[in-house]
Design a protein around this ligand. Sequence first.
Ligand SMILES: Nc1ncnc2c1ncn2[C@@H]1O[C@H](COP(=O)(O)OP(=O)(O)OP(=O)(O)O)[C@@H](O)[C@H]1O
Length: 583
Amino acid sequence: MNPKKESPLKRIWGLAKSEHKRLKLSILLAILGVASGFIPYFCAGKIIIMLLNGTAERNNCIPWLVLALAGSIGKVLLVTYSTSQSHIATYAVLAEVRNKCVHKLTNLSMGTLQNQSLGRWKGILVDQIESMETTLAHLLPEMTSNLLAPLLLLAVLFTIDWKMALISVATLPVGMIFMMAAMKNYPQKYQESVQTGKKMNDAIVEYVNGIEVIKAFNQGKEAYAGYVEAVNANAGFYYKWMKSAQFGMACYRNFSPAVLLGVLPAGMGFYLNGSLSSSQFIMVMILSMGIVGPIIAASNFVDSLAQTGTIIESIETILDAGEQHHPKEYVKLSGTDIEMEHVSFAYEEGKESILRDVSLTIRQGTVNALVGPSGGGKSTITKLIAGFWDTDQGMIRIGKKDIRQIPLAQISEQIAYVSQDNFLFDDTIRENIRMGKENATDKEVEEVAKKAGCDGFIRKLEHGYDTTTGGGGAHLSGGERQRIAIARAMLKDAPIVILDEATAYIDPENEAIIQKAISRLVQGKTLIMIAHRLSTVIGAGQILLVDQGKISGTGTHDELLKQSALYRNMWNAHIGAKDGEQV
Ligand SMILES: Nc1ncnc2c1ncn2[C@@H]1O[C@H](COP(=O)(O)OP(=O)(O)OP(=O)(O)O)[C@@H](O)[C@H]1O
């Protein structure tokens, strides 16, 4: 929400700071354009008066005709130039706002990012920002000019006859009353429309994301029903809203431009009692017809102005969202020991803690394994160490420094994180690996791929290293994606390596290759690995048993077998010695 409660126009103006000069020029040109559009009306009035006076001769009329033509051409040129300037400014501003939002996203905690659906992020960053185009490019110059220029015309009317000037705009307030009735509850209604639109967005994103599961379980109709429901709800909402506003809007559109309703009888009356000359009457009639058009055009923007208010509010929820408070200046770390002291953590404020009073120490250069029942909090521990979230209570230190004092970029440089979800960007394999080290040469990329055991399969692909991976790496097998993720982590060459279930979904043949890749990746590093299959962690220097958000045991495999009943059960279940019982 926007705590400052500034008007939408002021807020748009604030966002467009870098293009103020160009936008001001565009507004000025637009005002001149609309004013220029009044000239033909004025000339027509003059010619009609001459016709009635009997003074209309070729020489008298030609200057007015030329002036009328110049006014019309001037309007076209000025408005065209104004529009081109406003569009140049608008696209620069939209790019800036998008860049600001995307930059901001990288500084938000994972909590803020994950607490919103993918549909909502897409809705704001793509659709809503795009829809600001109308407001910035058209509303600012056109609305301003369409409001200001009629004031000029009104001033001219006042110089002719002040009573007639007032009467010429008398139908406007009547029309406005109808419009206000139609627009009653507009902000609330628009908010509701955003909500139903968002639900529709979410439904389609979820449907597309889950398409594999939907097909596998033959859930097409059921899953599709959710989307259809959201689409119908959206259409139904608009239908009801438009139906309730239609009468008021129709009255407004018909009443407001009917200036002659007042001007004709009043003008006739004043003419008959001698207080208005025939030439004044003619001029007032003609000029008054020019006033209302621009005002109606300006009022058509009220709708998009209100919409923009809501859009800006959404954008501000991103730009004003709380960032993780880490300094920007790099600090000196002594080694890469990791210490957690009495750490408690909940993913959402006020919700039950996932970690409760966790303390642990991981020494530099050692191999450490986190094991324990599913949902116990192993991944949560590694995510806190990687700085994806900030702790609620307690402290985490890396290299003897509280991680809240370490810049996020520096934490990221210290840690290579290979997660369960080895996300690959829709780019070439080469670039996906190069993400580990921005300035790595092609040779370095290929060498690291060899070490990670992926050079062989990459070269067999049609375009080798230049093969694109498809959104999310969909064109590669799970094992291939994993090896590329390991190559990426190897290239990063960070002193701490976190492997979150890195060998989880791999077949035995691939597992041997991946284990080899991993052992190269972790050579000389501080390693924290999460594994369900205890056989992969037997050799670890320290095994931490995580259960229900606590560390329930620490030691080597042999020590834990002696100390911990839970670990013994897990081990027995693993080797299948205890009736195949799962823990
Ligand atoms: N982003 C999140 N928001 C809310 N709750 C979460 C989030 N991520 C995990 N959790 C919850 O935190 C708890 C611990 O999850 P975590 O992934 O740390 O466990 P784990 O021991 O790694 O489990 P597994 O072995 O199954 O991967 C679970 O109850 C999980 O549902």
